[in-house]
Design a protein around this ligand. Structure first.
Ligand code: GLU
Length: 447
């Protein structure tokens, strides 16, 4: 969609002020493309320069993370925290540990997080952080020393009412535990609400581990229901084999679908009988092994080294690995093979060309900032429990997550309809997420 003159000028300014940050530019452009009709209806947003302000993070921290590996050698990584927007509540968003991390990745993620968090209906602002640290192949001791060093800088700018980090790629329960332990030492406070994704024994929430995958599956279920359809009997492909992919697999199976392929950065497994949840969990969560080893336990399954998972025919695609994993070409292949719905478990996994292919073909498309909002929503529920010193049961928490995902779908669907793009959940998510933040920003004055 073409940008109006005013939005194009804002976009050009973002490129100029943030050179070399391609992923950030991509995330901003996608949101701006949806906002034309909003500025027509609410000229006060343009007047108060709300969009220009949203595109500029409120605060950014870049820091050195020195640590010692098991051989005694000194290693240096770079740490980031971008506190993007606090109009709706304390900054909130995960930490990503991956060698590809640089400021442009953290800014794209932080920017998306603003709208995602707004869509959850919970009082949380948007942020993201992380490091170019590579957790793959590191010992527990190395990961712990890295996390302690990372927190030794980060603790100054976070807090339960200020900024609440959590996990993302490369950061799970183990890392959150080490980060929390160091925060507690540095501050001499047991401040449970400062991090989410904690272990259940020290203030974590039920369902937080499962939340992104379950939530994404609930969102796709709503999209299918809107077309009088459902998961029953559907062939599903889920890329990745991390936390999001594993719990997508579990929930899809529960709802009667069959996940026939999964992947990691080395290759793809295809199991026409349906991927086995227990095997994937054991390999990935406990033994930290590669997806290839799945075939040792299920001889009928195929492993394709360096394969392209989007070549595997399916009716529902749930990209749950990383950004820009579905290209325009992949999207065309999926459509040709009969794909009718896509739910983005990862953040921005479909390129703009891919999104265009899906929308033009009438594929139900759930963009990440709506479809994967269940993770951060359950983090919001963890914060609620920490604040009231309560711990809810699994079913109660899952029911709340389910309801939140239904609401997110409803919000996207209604906004898309109201602003002239019925069925376009990209436009719906961007508009519904934006309007709430914009209203709060206007209420706060020029800040
Ligand atoms: N990293 C997740 C996301 O992309 C979760 C963030 C959180 O729980 O704060 O939304």
């Amino acid at each position: 969609m073409a940008l109006t003159e005013r939005l194009e000028a804002i976009f050009q300014e973002v490129i100029k002020r943030n050179p070399g940050e391609a992923e950030f530019h991509q995330a901003v452009k996608e949101v701006l493309e949806s906002l034309g009709p909003v500025l027509v209806k609410y000229p006060e947003f343009a007047e108060a320069k709300v969009i220009e302000r949203i595109c500029e993070p409120e605060r950014q921290l870049i820091f050195r993370v020195p640590w010692q590996d098991d051989k005694g050698e000194v290693q240096i990584n770079r740490g980031f925290r971008v506190q993007f927007n606090s109009a709706l509540g304390p900054y909130k968003g995960g930490l990503r540990f991956h060698p590809s991390v640089y400021l442009g990745i953290i800014k794209f993620l932080g920017f998306e997080q603003i709208f995602k968090n707004s869509l959850t209906g919970l009082p949380i602002g948007g942020a993201k952080g992380g490091s170019d640290f590579e957790p793959k192949g590191k010992s527990d001791g190395e990961v712990m020393r890295f996390c302690q060093s990372f927190m030794t800088e980060l603790w100054r700018i976070i807090g339960e009412h200020t900024d609440v980090p959590a996990g993302d790629i490369g950061v799970g329960g183990r890392e959150i535990g080490y980060l929390f332990g160091q925060y507690k030492r540095l501050t001499n406070k047991f401040e449970a609400g400062v991090l989410t994704g904690k272990g259940l024994v020290y203030g974590g929430s039920q369902v937080r581990t499962e939340a992104t995958g379950y939530g994404c599956t609930y969102f796709v279920e709503e999209m299918l229901k809107g077309k009088k359809n459902g998961f029953k009997g559907k062939k599903v492909v889920v890329s990745g084999s991390g936390n999001v992919a594993i719990y997508t697999l579990e929930k899809v199976k529960e709802l009667g679908g069959k996940v026939v392929a999964m992947s990691d950065s080395n290759g793809v497994i295809v199991d026409e009988k349906g991927c086995n949840v227990e095997t994937v969990k054991r390999l990935k969560e406990i033994e930290r092994r590669r997806i290839k080893d799945y075939c040792e336990y299920h001889k009928h399954a195929k492993y394709i080294h360096n394969g392209n998972i989007w070549d595997v025919p399916c009716e529902v695609a749930m990209p749950s690995a990383t950004q820009n994993e579905i290209t325009g070409k992949d999207a065309k292949k999926l459509v040709k093979n009969g794909c009718i719905a896509v739910g983005e478990g990862a953040n921005m996994p479909t390129t703009p060309e891919g999104v265009h292919v899906f929308l033009s073909a009438g594929v139900l498309f759930g963009p990440g900032k709506a479809a994967n909002a269940g993770g951060v929503a359950t983090s919001g529920l963890e914060m609620q429990q920490n604040a009231s010193r309560e711990a809810w049961g699994f079913e109660e928490t899952d029911a709340k997550l389910h309801q939140i995902m239904k609401n997110v779908y409803q919000l996207c669907s209604e906004a898309a309809e109201e602003f002239g793009s019925p069925g376009n959940f990209v436009v719906g998510a961007n508009i519904a997420g934006f309007i709430k933040v914009a209203r709060a920003m206007i209420a706060h004055g020029i800040v």
